[in-house]
Design a protein. Structure first.
Length: 450
């Protein structure tokens, strides 16, 4: 039996690809390990979105290559987005790699890991562009790499948006949705395995079903999944601001298991910058959108991301963004400095912003958001909330931790649990009532009351 070590980098969408590859290998009898040092074959599934992610991917590949040089591994496979961007360069610079497979070559993992074959003799096929067609379905084996109580479901692949800063369409191909029935069937399978929270992901979740000629398909999908027996929470990530329908918001408002949480990357608020980004809109239109969302779904948490230092961003543009954040008071905010990526429209734009200025603006924005987040968290002290219990705390020396419905795993804060009734030992995936006793900038502290 060959032991395969998997290292998965990047976003949850990439993690699903890794889970699918691991599932196919396990089904064929391979042993899967998270410890690359123990493996005969090491697979690195890379991210190629921005410069920091690319650097992490290259460093991880080089570390894995050293395992092979030291004789601890016999084969090294590199997969994912970085392969789609730099296949030839990687092949020339890192000869220790035995095979490269792109984002639409997931099924090739069996061939390149087969110890009876020479992976270098396999045909090189680059499909991770507009000709990409790969989509997994409910019959595809998966090995979940997440904790057992939650799982990601990829509902679509690729993207057709023209965002000037983004290379994803070239890496992932055109937008394509999975069949409705396939997603529902997978949700039932995951529920039978004990999963309590489903997290729907795609490059552009709000467009789900458009290419299948389905109207308001995301709303219908969310309603159906929210009625899955055994599932407690259903969360949607990566929606686009121009495609937030009233029907979708109504499902969030009406279905108890559809968590009142909207992840909607806005990227900026200045009309000047949004136009340069090829996204459109302005501060006033975005403020109207947030008002509509909150009016229709009371108690909803809105999460967004912004980019500082985009080419052409002036101090006036940034000041407008800062004012926008102060006025809207988002529940969750992530801020990235602009990464100048070759092959994107923004790469050729003039008036580049110095990285030091971009970082300074990012820090100012995050400092402002920290104040808002702390104020929102303090308002929760003394109230009892439902919390999805996750186990021992990884964030502090307190006893345990969990999450509110309005907290997505890994990217948002958590609830640190300091106390519980005597003799009560909760299990991961349980929904508990927790009294909030203390507030931090991003995390909450509480005690179990039931």
């Amino acid at each position: 039996m060959t032991k395969i070590g998997f290292i998965s980098l990047g976003c949850p969408k990439n993690l699903v690809d890794s889970e699918v590859m691991m599932g196919q290998l396990k089904q064929k009898g391979y042993e899967i390990t998270a410890d690359a040092a123990e493996a005969d074959t090491v697979v690195v599934n890379t991210c190629g979105f921005i410069e920091s992610a690319k650097q992490e991917s290259v460093e991880t590949i080089l570390e894995a290559a050293r395992l092979k040089t030291d004789g601890k591994a016999t084969r090294l496979i590199v997969a994912g987005c970085l392969v789609e961007r730099y296949r030839n360069e990687l092949k020339a610079e890192i000869p220790e790699v035995d095979a490269f497979i792109g984002t639409s070559q997931i099924n090739d993992i069996l061939a390149v890991c087969d110890p009876r074959t020479n992976p270098r003799s396999l045909p090189v096929v680059a499909l991770g562009n507009q000709s990409a067609t790969y989509l997994y379905d409910e019959s595809t084996p998966r090995v979940l790499a997440t904790p057992s109580h939650y799982a990601f479901i990829k509902i679509a692949e690729g993207c057709d948006r023209p965002c000037a800063f983004c290379f994803i369409p070239q890496m992932r191909g055109h937008f394509r949705s999975r069949r409705f029935g396939s997603i529902v069937a997978e949700a039932h399978q995951l529920a039978e395995e004990g999963v309590k929270e489903l997290i729907l992901v795609a490059q552009d979740s709000s467009r789900y079903g458009e290419d299948l000629d389905k109207q308001d398909a995301l709303a219908h999908l969310l309603r159906e999944l929210s009625r899955t027996e055994g599932i407690e929470w259903v969360r949607v990530m990566y929606t686009y601001p121009t495609h937030i329908s009233d029907g979708f918001l109504d499902v969030l408002a009406e279905e108890p298991k559809a968590v009142k949480y909207l992840d909607m990357p806005l990227q900026h608020a200045s009309q000047n910058v949004l136009k340069l980004m090829k996204r459109g809109g302005n501060r006033a239109s975005l403020e109207r959108l947030i008002e509509r969302v909150r009016d229709r779904v009371h108690g909803i948490a809105v999460r967004t991301t912004f980019i500082t230092g985009f080419p052409g961003e002036t101090e006036e543009d940034f000041a407008e963004l800062l004012t926008f954040v102060r006025n809207v008071e988002f529940d969750r905010v992530g801020v990235f400095t602009y990464s100048d990526e070759e092959g994107t429209l923004a790469y050729d734009l003039p008036n580049k912003v110095e990285p030091k200025i971009a970082k300074k603006r990012r820090d100012r924005l995050m400092k402002e958001q920290a104040k808002i987040s702390l104020r929102h968290n303090k308002a929760k002290v003394g109230e009892v909330f439902q919390v999805l219990f996750e186990g021992e705390s990884t964030e502090s020396d307190l006893l345990w931790q969990g999450r509110l419905k309005t907290q997505a795993p890994d990217i948002d804060g958590c609830v640190l649990i300091s106390d519980a009734p005597e003799g009560f030992i909760p299990q991961p995936g349980e929904i508990l009532d927790v009294l909030i006793t203390e507030a931090q900038e991003y995390d909450l502290i509480g005690s179990i009351v039931t």
